[in-house]
Design a protein around this ligand. Structure first.
Ligand code: ADP
Length: 265
């Protein structure tokens, strides 16, 4: 049985036993200061966040507030100035290079606003890339890529060059690429930011469906307040601190809350 299946079984057991869901990803006292010329720029002052298993949480904030910076720290794509990110209760700063590479490749799926697909490669080749990076054979990687493209509704486009696809289709390929490695965490940075309203809703609904079907733990940074309000919880990021957004945005409250608030510092 693979580790994801084991985790799902454990979660079901915890649910039956009435135990609180496991915290999958946690940030404690994260601070990020960029040294810009002689002037340090504090983008994240004191970030505290707990994502429980199977939770979908939105972060809303104006441009420049530090959403990308925060998501990069959570995905171990950058390091905090101070503070710690925990995955499954283990500090990622304590991981050696091999464990970190494994964390980035297997634990976390990342979706960027601008999909970063390779335009001259086919959709299937783009989705297969993370599997090739971790050493899987090309034929097996392409087989899995085709399965994921079917799951995001793009089988007919699997052999088209990524650069020939529409914006919405490219973002669906990017989502398949983020999830093909079987991560437990999905981090999405303005995944609908470059799309028109109709495509934005379709891509968001796809993320919601995949989140449920694969029992992901998901954090979505978005400008789109209507889409954010569909999540279990909405946090706002202002002045380097995360706080629960106002009640009008807590539309997902109709679904069961997994962990209580209290993340604002
Ligand atoms: P958001 O995703 O909310 O738009 P970002 O995290 O991209 O915000 O950026 C937050 C702030 O940090 C911005 O003022 C940006 O210019 C600055 N910033 C981001 N990355 C760097 C960097 N590598 N060096 C210096 N400043 C940076």
């Amino acid at each position: 049985m693979d580790s994801t299946a084991t985790t799902r079984q454990e979660a079901a057991q915890r649910g039956r036993a009435g135990v609180s869901p496991r915290v999958v990803l946690e940030a404690r006292s994260l601070r990020k200061v960029y040294a810009v010329a002689a002037q340090p720029l504090t983008v994240l002052a004191d970030i505290n966040l707990s994502l429980a298993e199977a939770e979908i949480v939105a972060i809303v904030a104006p441009s420049g507030a530090g959403k990308s910076t925060l998501l990069h720290l959570l995905a171990a794509l950058d390091t905090p100035t101070t503070g710690t990110v925990y995955f499954d209760a283990k500090p990622i700063e304590a991981m050696d290079d091999a464990a970190l590479a494994n964390f980035r490749n297997r634990a976390v799926g990342f979706v960027w606003q601008r999909h970063h697909l390779l335009p001259d490669f086919s959709a299937a080749e783009n989705v297969a890339l993370p599997l090739l990076v971790r050493g899987e054979r090309l034929d097996a990687a392409l087989r899995q890529a085709h399965q994921w493209l079917a799951e995001v509704g793009l089988s007919p486009r699997a052999d088209h060059r990524a650069g020939e696809l529409s914006g919405g289709e490219q973002q669906r390929v990017a989502i398949a690429r983020a999830l093909v490695t079987g991560p437990s965490v999905l981090l999405a940075d303005e995944p609908t930011g470059d799309l028109d309203e109709q495509n934005a809703v379709a891509v968001f609904e796809l993320i919601e469906r995949l989140h449920r079907a694969h029992r992901l733990t998901s954090l979505i940074a978005t400008h789109n307040l209507a889409l954010a309000a569909r999540c279990d919880r909405v946090m706002s990021l202002e002045h380097g601190v995360l706080r629960p957004a106002g009640p009008a945005l807590q539309g997902g409250a109709v679904r069961s809350r997994i962990i209580p608030g209290g993340e604002a510092s």
